[in-house]
Design a protein around this ligand. Structure first.
Ligand SMILES: [Zn+2]
Ligand SMILES: [Zn+2]
Length: 464
């Protein structure tokens, strides 16, 4: 019997976790964190819907927290199998999980302080740094794109380029339970074609079943060249009037992509060569070092450019890992581009830079990523006159740019192109908002005569 079940990202975006049972073996694809709001985050401590000790292997599509963020908990609760991933994913996941564990411990300490005052039982972190380090011991030999991997008896896999972030993969499972043979393709998160740095996603190969993400199943992205031109214009104009450009950015992929576009802008004369660039995020700095170590993930255009020098560095680049270095940036009154996290401005060093620049007419804030409802980024984007940062009311006088074309996710057309016109037994739609990406994609595929299903949480589905 071959059975598939979804244990996260079922009719929602985050928490990706899929289980396939074949014969007596069990394989997980991803084990991610639920993110976005208190209620969802409660689910991280809830039941997995399977016994972690009974899993033979975990195949990891990529290092984003919503795909790897529950791994330390999985190990703490008995998982003893192998974790299989590409080398870049393994290295990035280490950075991401150490950071996440640190935040979990910090949050638990905060809750404990509140709890003591209320005489409540002490709060426990979802997992500790020790749990995260222990989990890394289960990573097996690195997987290479395209090469067959023997996962367990009757289960083989191939990791295929997904073009989403460094090391990201779609995973094709070949299953044989001693009588029935089935193939299941997990899209992972899919990137947009035509972006720099990474190769495009590999079109979906033949497979009986496909489990597909639908994050932007209802949308079309702006073209990338327009967005890059807008970024260059924002820098040119702001630096021209002696202001600073503040770029709230995610540490993985987006930060490196922005560095790449700034570097290209300088080489091509689209922005002045004397601009100082600060990468003010320890996690983004670590991620950038990992990028440099993995040219096997680069597309041909970037490989051809490598002789021109480091694609993620320019003469005026400062990587500020230490807190003291970060604070020194407060003294820079103009002529600088400052990249810092978090991307949605709800934490991290970006809040200091906003405090020092939002009230200044000469400066700019450039948003290059998604900003959820309720975040500081969203309030600024929506045109707030004042925002509160570190208990201070700050006037918003800086110019605000919202540039939408840098998405790391395929849009509707790119998802359809990836899937292709082939008939499948069924396409399972996951990793999308029900009212948006999921329903829109279900309609698109219905028009093409392709049968779909949106799995419910923990729902067992027989792949007969
Ligand atoms: Zn992702
Ligand atoms: Zn995701």
């Amino acid at each position: 019997m071959i059975v598939y079940s979804c244990h996260g990202a079922a009719k929602e975006v985050t928490g990706s976790c899929h289980l396939v049972r074949c014969g007596g073996r069990s394989v997980l694809i991803d084990c991610g964190l639920f993110q976005g709001g208190h209620e969802l985050e409660q689910a991280n401590a809830g039941p997995f819907g399977f016994d972690p000790a009974g899993i033979d292997a975990l195949l990891l599509t990529h290092a984003h927290l919503d795909h790897c963020g529950r791994i330390p908990r999985l190990v703490r609760e008995g998982f003893r199998g192998r974790i299989l991933a590409t080398a870049a994913t393994r290295e990035l996941a280490r950075v991401v999980l150490v950071d996440a564990a640190g935040l979990q411990e910090e949050e638990a300490r905060r809750q404990q302080r509140i709890g003591r005052r209320r005489d409540e039982a002490p709060a426990e972190p979802l997992y500790t740094l020790d749990d995260a380090f222990h989990a890394f011991e289960f990573f097996d030999d690195d997987v290479r794109y395209g090469e067959p991997v023997a996962v367990a008896e009757g289960i083989g896999a191939r990791f295929l380029d997904a073009g989403h972030i460094l090391g990201s993969a779609s995973i094709l499972l070949e299953l044989d339970d001693g009588g029935t043979r089935r193939s299941v393709l997990f899209s992972g998160d899919l990137g947009s074609p035509g972006r720099p740095i990474l190769r495009d996603p590999l079109p979906a190969p033949e497979a009986d079943y496909v489990v597909m993400e639908t994050t932007y199943g209802d949308r079309r992205h702006r073209s990338l060249p327009d967005s890059v031109a807008e970024l260059h214009q924002a820098v040119r104009e702001t630096v021209g009037r002696h202001g600073n450009v503040i770029v709230p950015t995610f540490a993985l992929e987006r930060a490196q992509e922005v560095l790449y576009h700034l570097h290209r802008g300088m080489l091509d004369g689209a922005i002045p060569p004397h601009v100082q660039v600060f990468l003010d995020s320890p996690m983004a700095i670590s991620a950038t070092e990992i990028f440099r170590r993995h040219p096997e993930c680069f597309d041909q255009a970037l490989l051809d450019e490598l002789h021109r020098g480091d694609p993620f560095a320019m003469p005026g680049l400062h990587m500020t890992r230490e807190t003291a270095e970060s604070m020194a940036i407060n003294g820079v009154e103009g002529g600088a581009v400052i990249l810092a996290g978090s991307g949605m401005c709800n934490g991290g060093r970006i809040r200091h830079h906003l405090k020092h620049n939002l009230w200044r007419e000469r400066s700019s804030v450039v948003f290059v990523g998604y900003a959820a409802e309720g975040t500081l980024a969203r309030r600024i984007i929506d045109g707030a006159d004042n925002v509160r940062i570190f208990n201070e009311d700050i006037r918003v006088r800086a110019q605000v740019w919202t540039i939408n074309g840098f998405s790391a996710h395929a849009d509707q057309q790119a998802l359809l192109d990836w899937l292709g016109p082939q008939q499948r037994r069924k396409v399972f739609l996951v990793h999308g908002e029900y009212e948006r990406g999921l329903q829109a994609m279900a309609q698109c595929l219905a028009q093409r005569g392709i049968a779909t299903h949106m799995p419910g949480m923990h729902e067992p589905i027989l792949l007969d």
